[in-house]
Design a protein around this ligand. Structure first.
Ligand code: UDP
Length: 315
């Protein structure tokens, strides 16, 4: 029997590369695509010898051509950390808007099902807590995070439009803070920052007083949820994340305790503009529709992630 063929954009990135591994393991033929502005080829180099893996170095904001048939598309290309999208605001807007449009067009031409990576950032600095999919969000369109948030909100809108007007099979996942091996050491997000600072014996840079909250999901749990969502018949957005909420101050203490480097310390810094004060996914929908909930608690997930950072952080 012919293998199912799936295109994964952002294939060399943190979540994209884990998705490539999962779909290879499930017996798919995987076509990875990445323009490498935030991707790392090391994340997927173990796949290059496989006959079931191909890679295209391409920017999906430009016309996307893939020879042969396609059954599925996963659109995960985008700068995704606040520092990255502050450095690359235009690329961030383009990949979420023009890139998504190109991939929807490709999905239509190939009669493929497409799942797009949306984000808890569509909720902005949320006034509803925890966040359910029916909440419309509190986003500043012209603030520094607006380039990411609004690109993702547009992405959801155009994806629903293709679903409604062209009958395209679409899926939308709203991803909450996710962590695990292959996060970029210097991407500026809180977990890589804290791990590398703790390992190097530097100050853990807590922005603000550290009372803001996040809820962190281990990457294997997220990948399982995405895999199930793709196979489901549900076209509206679904939150995926781990509801275990923690303050950034507590998170720093957990990483300090795990790394146990006597030289590391806490270093308070100013809070960035429009930094959401709290964030926690309501995953009632994912539980009901996908039979999914996270399996990795933070202790286990952080230990697995620490093993990775020990190898890649240069002291
Ligand atoms: N943060 C921090 N120190 C850092 C990096 C981030 O205190 O070195 C805070 C940041 O202000 C935010 C939270 O940690 O409140 C999560 O930030 P991240 O960049 O990981 O992702 P976000 O959830 O804001 O998109």
């Amino acid at each position: 029997m012919d293998k199912k063929r799936i295109l994964i954009t952002g294939a060399a990135g943190f979540i994209g590369s884990h998705l490539c591994d999962r779909y290879i393991k499930e017996g798919y033929h995987v076509i990875g695509m990445d323009n490498m502005i935030t991707g790392n080829i090391v994340n997927i180099e173990h796949l290059f010898p496989l006959e079931t893996f191909e890679f295209y170095h391409h920017d999906v904001s430009k016309f996307v051509h893939v020879p042969g048939n396609l059954d599925y598309i996963l659109h995960f290309a985008s700068p995704a950390s606040p520092i990255d999208y502050l450095k690359m605001p235009i690329q961030t807007l383009k990949v979420g808007s023009l890139g998504t449009h190109n991939l929807l067009g490709l999905a239509k031409a190939k009669n493929a099902r497409i799942l797009i990576a949306s984000t808890s950032e569509v909720y902005g600095d949320p006034l509803e807590h925890p966040q359910t999919e029916s909440y419309w969000g509190n986003v500043n369109p012209i603030g520094p995070r607006g380039v990411y948030d609004e690109a993702k909100r547009f992405q959801e809108a155009i994806t629903m439009a293709y679903h409604t007007y062209h009958g395209l099979e679409t899926r939308i996942v709203r991803i909450f803070n996710t962590y695990g091996p292959r996060m970029r050491v210097e991407d500026g997000r809180v977990l890589p920052a804290f791990f590398s600072q703790a390992i190097r014996g530097e100050g853990l840079t807590i922005f603000g007083d550290g009372s803001q909250t996040r809820s962190f999901c281990y990457v294997d749990d997220l990948v399982e949820g995405i895999y199930r969502l793709m196979l489901s018949d549900y076209a509206f957005p679904v939150n995926l994340g781990n509801p275990a909420e923690i303050t950034i101050r507590q998170f720093a203490d957990e990483i300090l305790a795990l790394v146990n480097n006597p030289k590391a310390f806490i270093d308070f810094r100013p809070l960035p503009v429009d930094d959401p004060k709290q964030r926690q996914p309501d995953i009632t929908k994912a539980k009901a529709i996908l039979g999914w909930e996270p399996k990795f608690d933070r202790k286990t997930g952080l230990e697995l992630t620490y093993e990775y950072f020990k190898k890649v952080v240069i002291i």
